[in-house]
Design a protein. Structure first.
Lengths: 201, 201
DNA sequence: AATAGTACTGTAATTATATACAGCATATAG
DNA sequence: CTATATGCTGTATATAATTACAGTACTATT
């Protein structure tokens, strides 16, 4: 799917907000009026271009017959067990997906990760809980992060982060801190934890 | 809001599924065709009747200008502090509402309740967490319930439930069990806890 | 230098759609 | 007995909306 131009994106957003506000798509004339075009045909041609790029479908003959093609990025995947080696978001790790309900929790969540083990019980994170993970939010000292150490994915509190020493703390009295030397072991901070869900109580 | 007739409800459902399927409402002709009317005017008059009863709004002049009036029952309220005396779901207790995202968590949730205090930390329920509460699901011994004791709302584990003795346990070593005699103190089990949300981690 | 894409104006025809008016039949409430 | 609501057919028309055709201008790619 090719990229939209600035103007085309503007029109696509207009369509989306029209649907959001009124419950149905705008006409060519509506679009032209909103963007100051003097001819509805300007809108028509933009729509054709956007359709050609795959973002919408146009039903011929039907008034307001604009259908938004889902771009797939409004569903959040739930990640179960992470297969060793591959990326976290690989197809085989996805348990299911859930629609992004934007009013609830943070909208920075890129995926949910199902918690294994009891290493974080002291901060109220239990086995089978789902943790909302943001890939982009950069991890702070003291925050809970998803880390990958030598292909094993784990959730811990980030205590120290230096060139030759990274400390990850399990929030459970029975476990001790994990110290990693990034120049020896492979370490990736996959993301920051921003929310928590528990389905069964 | 008056009740719809069988036929009117049929038409309202048709409109809803048309929107669900295609993303915009049907025309009078679409409705007539779907229901076998020979005149689009039959649809028109039904729409006017449904509008009169408040279930839809019709934008005059606009094609497919049918707006569904939300009946309010697809939003879940978030309850903050519960004012003493009144019902939990009273207007003044509602912090905000969130749309029901039916694929996520249990769809039995009637409302979310914001947790105050640390009496349930040992089962991973922390202050400011949101607990999904089902009013209808009948509470079992050993499950976590929302109880109202003498107009104070609290979240505890239900340990014992007899005619003259009800035991509620705080899941925190620093607190002791609460014993209530329902014939002396006013006790209502408001609901069962079925899910948990934590917004800040 | 030619081609294709972007970004419009302007006109006009055809079709889609809303909507008014005239009926007819049945049921229910005052 | 008479409104009033429901539930349609059938016709007609104004207007809403799609969409084709003819241009103009700029930019990027081959």
């Amino acid at each position: 799917m090719k990229n939209l131009t600035k103007r085309q994106e503007e029109i696509l957003n207009l369509i989306k907000s029209h649907i959001q506000d009124l419950g149905f798509p705008p006409t060519r004339a509506d679009i032209a009026k909103s963007l100051g075009f003097k001819s509805p045909n300007a809108a028509e041609q933009h729509l054709r271009a956007i359709e050609k790029k795959g973002f919408i479908s146009i039903l011929s003959g039907a008034s307001r017959g604009i259908i938004l093609n889902d771009t797939g990025n409004d569903d959040i995947p739930i990640i179960g067990l992470v297969a060793a080696g591959g990326p976290i978001l690989a197809e085989e790790n996805i348990e299911k997906t859930i629609p992004r309900s934007n009013n609830l929790l943070s909208n920075e969540i890129d995926y949910y990760l199902r918690v294994k083990g009891d290493s974080m019980v002291d901060v109220g994170i239990f086995e089978e809980d789902l943790i909302g993970v943001s890939k982009t939010l950069n991890p702070k000292i003291g925050s809970i992060v998803v880390a990958r150490i030598n292909n094993e994915v784990t959730v811990k509190t980030l205590i120290e982060f230096n060139q030759n020493k990274v400390t990850l703390r399990p929030e459970n009295k029975n476990y001790t801190d994990i110290n990693v030397n990034p120049s020896i072991d492979e370490l990736v901070i996959e993301g920051s934890c921003v929310a928590l869900l528990r389905e069964s109580l």
